[in-house]
Structures are given as structure tokens and as C-alpha cells.
Design a protein around this ligand. Structure first.
Ligand code: SF4
Ligand code: SF4
Length: 150
């Protein structure tokens, strides 16, 4: 008997309907949300500039957070992504899988859930920007990314 193919969860479910495991699996691992962003402190309407400076906790070699389980204790400002925050964070890249599902879009063909290769995201994520790791002496303004249309 031919087995029925089930439609993948990311094509049928809303963000609200994802279980915790599906929620974690949805992340494409692009790392773009782990890059520092700059905004005028006194004007929350001011533009937000993306930099190529990765969070100090990011493991550039492994291509992932170096301490995901303890990330909120380790890094002030690291926030848990929730449905409400996906709606609120308009700085999330257009490729962000959460943003795409929230907007009713499909995942890109290079998403690791589709390719079954977690490295297929690399040319589309932070590695396309030649990232550097944050440190106490880095000047973020010198690392603003001018032309990245993600
Ligand atoms: S931008 Fe979105 S898809 Fe990319 S790492 Fe962050 S949460 Fe995951
Ligand atoms: S603590 Fe980890 S998940 Fe949070 S911004 Fe830094 S590298 Fe990314």
C-alpha cells in the first residue's frame, strides 16, 4: 500500500499552532538575529542599522550560539522569540522563517528543513557578511552593513 505523504508542519500550521519542538526546528540558523544592530538611543523611530558584528556568545566556527540553553542569562539583550515579538520586530530579516510563516509565506528552497542540510543556509545568512565577533574594543559604526537586502 502506498504511504500517504504528510504535508510538512511549516506549510500547514500557524506560528501559534507550533509545538515547542516544531518552533525550534523552524529556525533556519541564519544567525542574522545574533548580529548587533545600532539605533539612536533617544529615538525609537530612528532607523536600525545592521552590523556584521556577531554577539560575543556566537560560535562563528560552529555557526550557532555557543550556549543556547543559557543564552538569556549569559547575554543581556538576548530575547526569546515569541509570536508577539515576531510581529513586533520589524528588523527581523525578510528571510527569517518565523517572519515568513507569520506573513503567510513559504520557506525558501534553501531552508535546512527542506534541504536536510543545516549548512545550506550559510550563503543566505550572516556568513554572507563576513562576520566578526563582538569584543570590548570594537566600534560597531565601522561595521555597519550598507547593502544587505534580507
Ligand atoms: S533570523 Fe530567524 S531564522 Fe534566522 S537565526 Fe534568527 S530566528 Fe532563526
Ligand atoms: S546569546 Fe546566543 S542566541 Fe542570543 S544573541 Fe547571542 S549568540 Fe544569539
Amino acid at each position: 500500500m502506498k504511504q500517504h505523504e504528510t504535508t510538512p508542519f511549516w506549510e500547514t500550521k500557524t506560528l501559534e499552532a507550533l509545538n515547542p519542538q516544531e518552533w525550534e526546528m523552524l529556525c533556519d540558523g541564519c544567525g542574522l538575529c545574533c548580529l548587533n544592530r545600532l539605533q539612536d538611543e533617544e529615538d525609537d523611530q530612528a532607523p536600525i542599522y545592521l552590523t556584521r558584528v556577531a554577539c560575543q556568545c556566537y560560535d562563528l566556527e560552529a555557526g550557532q550560539c555557543s550556549d543556547y540553553a543559557n543564552r538569556f542569562e549569559k547575554v543581556e539583550g538576548c530575547m526569546r522569540l515569541t509570536v508577539e515579538r515576531v510581529a513586533e520586530y520589524d528588523w527581523l530579516p525578510e528571510t527569517c522563517a518565523y517572519r515568513r510563516i507569520y506573513e503567510g509565506k513559504s520557506l525558501p528552497a534553501w531552508h535546512p528543513l527542506i534541504t536536510k542540510d543545516r549548512h545550506s543556509v550559510r550563503p543566505h545568512g550572516m556568513y554572507a557578511l563576513n562576520p566578526v565577533l563582538d569584543n570590548d574594543f570594537i566600534d560597531l559604526e565601522e561595521h555597519i552593513v550598507e547593502d544587505f537586502d534580507h
